[in-house]
Design a protein around this ligand. Structure first.
Ligand code: UDX
Ligand code: UDX
Length: 455
């Protein structure tokens, strides 16, 4: 069997590496239009940082795992084509800021129709609005040649960055949606057989296409909703003297609620939560359900509010001005163990502080300086660029700073030498822990003015 994947991003790359690793009998080719990304996948410096990914890629690359820019050859040979290109929120035209931009997905369908030399199973891996499979099928069929049949399946990805390899190797479930025709059922059975190589059959759920597409959006909406729920309570904790982590533990011990995704924070980020909820909101409006749309939109509103609340807290605490003050930002990735910054809370807080004319000294163990400059809209030669310093380590960032803000829960931030940091900071030395990772009692003993989330 030959598998091709269009899109070598955070999802396509690790997912295909795992399939190749677990299924030596399958040849897997990952194609991307971005030549430098493909070159990186073929080098020792992979474009995606994920614990455990390097080993898996190295074990299979060149044997049954290939990375290429030649999508035409990859499509020609494939029995199954995964579509894993980006589906960002539209930034232009109708429904900008809400609907997903499906231009890349449609281009993939046109490529597949043009180049496939035999019948192909097309698998939607990218998160898509419900009913996209129908559009894909229409494009494929309108452009197909005689004797070539296309079956479209939905197989949403549930991996979380930072734990992608564990999530792929031992998932809670795999979801596959397909048409209820004999051909649709046969296509599903083929894809089931790929995953069943290493995943117990009862964990592989099969549904109709629309249920599968919708489940991905709903899973992310429910997860994000829990974070916004606990974050809304964090504000109330700050007012009442309750401790949000104690509240989270107490409620999470109820097996009906459960302990996961109740960690209060400066706000959720990542490429999926906001985009998928916006998608859900858009769908609800489209189908004439404004009350449902408004309900889910609140999850995003609370998240935006939480990020700006954190910036305001910093500015207010620093005597209502950060103008010209150095503020150390520890962590820029949207969560630990990834170099991904998409929708990271650090971007929003960083921009708020720059608007207030603060100088930022930023340290992140995995994010590249160019990515940080890009996210903060600080082009080379711009005035903003001079307001941002990228630091080699947390101690350098904190040197001479009025305040330190922890934005990502990197493990190392719990055990820094905070005495050394304090000694080199301006006084009073403020510390804003956006992830509640440091030992606040100890920090106060050292002399820090400590602000936390929800305590
Ligand atoms: C993507 C989708 O954004 C997400 O909705 C889905 O759930 C999984 O796939 P991700 O892998 O994180 O997520 O995106 P990204 O890292 O941006 O990778 C997409 C890749 O597709 C990029 O490398 C891009 O160069 C490539 N691409 C894009 C193509 O090869 N062809 C195109 O036409 C467009
Ligand atoms: C998410 C989903 O978990 C995954 O199933 C889906 O396939 C893609 O979207 P991801 O965005 O990679 O994965 O990471 P996740 O662990 O869900 O974290 C998202 C954001 O929420 C991060 O910014 C994280 O720091 C934040 N978060 C998470 C909290 O603030 N509190 C929590 O309790 C959990």
């Amino acid at each position: 069997m030959k598998i091709c994947c269009l899109g070598a991003g955070y999802v396509g790359g690790p997912t295909m590496a795992m399939i190749a690793h677990k299924c030596p009998h399958i040849t897997v080719t990952v194609a991307d239009i971005n030549a430098s990304r493909i070159a990186a996948w073929n080098s020792d410096e992979l474009p995606v940082f994920e614990p455990g990914l390097d080993e898996i890629v190295k074990s299979a690359r060149g044997k049954n795992l290939f990375f290429t820019t030649d999508k035409v050859s990859a499509i020609k040979e494939a029995d199954i084509v995964f579509v894993s290109v980006g589906t960002p929120t539209k930034t232009y035209g109708m429904n900008a800021g809400q609907a997903a931009d499906l231009k890349y997905v449609e281009l993939c369908a046109r490529d597949i129709a043009e180049h496939a030399e035999h019948s192909v199973i097309v698998v939607e891996k990218s998160t898509l609005p419900v009913k996209t499979a129908e559009s894909l099928k229409t494009v494929l069929e309108a452009n197909s040649r005689q004797g070539i049949d296309f079956q479209v399946l939905s197989n949403p990805e549930f991996l979380a960055e930072g734990t992608a390899m564990e999530d792929l190797s031992d998932p809670d479930r795999v979801l596959i949606g397909g048409e209820e025709t004999p051909e649709g059922q046969a296509a599903m059975a083929t894809l089931v057989s790929v995953y069943a190589t290493w995943i117990a059959r009862e964990k592989i759920i099969t549904t109709n296409l629309w249920s599968s597409e919708l489940s991905k959006l709903v899973a992310n909406a429910f997860l994000a909703q829990r974070i916004s729920s606990i974050n809304s309570i964090s504000a109330l904790c700050e007012e009442t003297g309750a401790n949000v982590d104690e509240v989270a533990f107490a409620i999470g011990s109820d097996s009906r609620i459960g302990p996961k995704f109740l960690k209060a924070s400066v706000g959720f980020g990542g490429s999926c939560f906001q985009k998928d909820i916006l998608n859900l909101v858009y769908l609800c409006k489209h189908f004439g359900l404004p009350e449902v749309a408004e309900y889910w939109n609140q999850v995003i509103e609370i998240n935006d509010w939480q990020k700006h609340r954190f910036s305001k807290r910093i500015i207010n605490s620093l005597f209502n001005t950060v103008n010209g003050k150095r503020i150390a930002i520890l962590g820029f990735a949207f969560k630990k163990d990834t170099n991904d910054t998409r929708e990271s809370a650090a971007i929003y807080v960083g921009r708020d502080l720059l608007e207030e004319q603060a100088n930022l000294a930023i340290y992140d163990p995995k994010v590249s300086p160019s990515q940080i400059y890009f996210d903060l809209q600080a082009d080379e030669g711009s005035a903003r660029r001079d307001m941002i310093e990228i630091s080699e380590d947390p101690y350098e960032a904190a040197k001479g700073a009025h305040a330190l803000a922890i934005m990502t829960e990197w493990d190392a931030f719990a055990s820094l030498d905070y005495q050394k940091i304090y000694d080199n900071m301006m006084k009073p030395a403020f510390l804003f822990d956006g992830r509640n990772v440091a030992d606040h009692k100890k920090l106060r003993e050292i002399g820090f003015e400590v602000y936390t989330i929800g305590r």
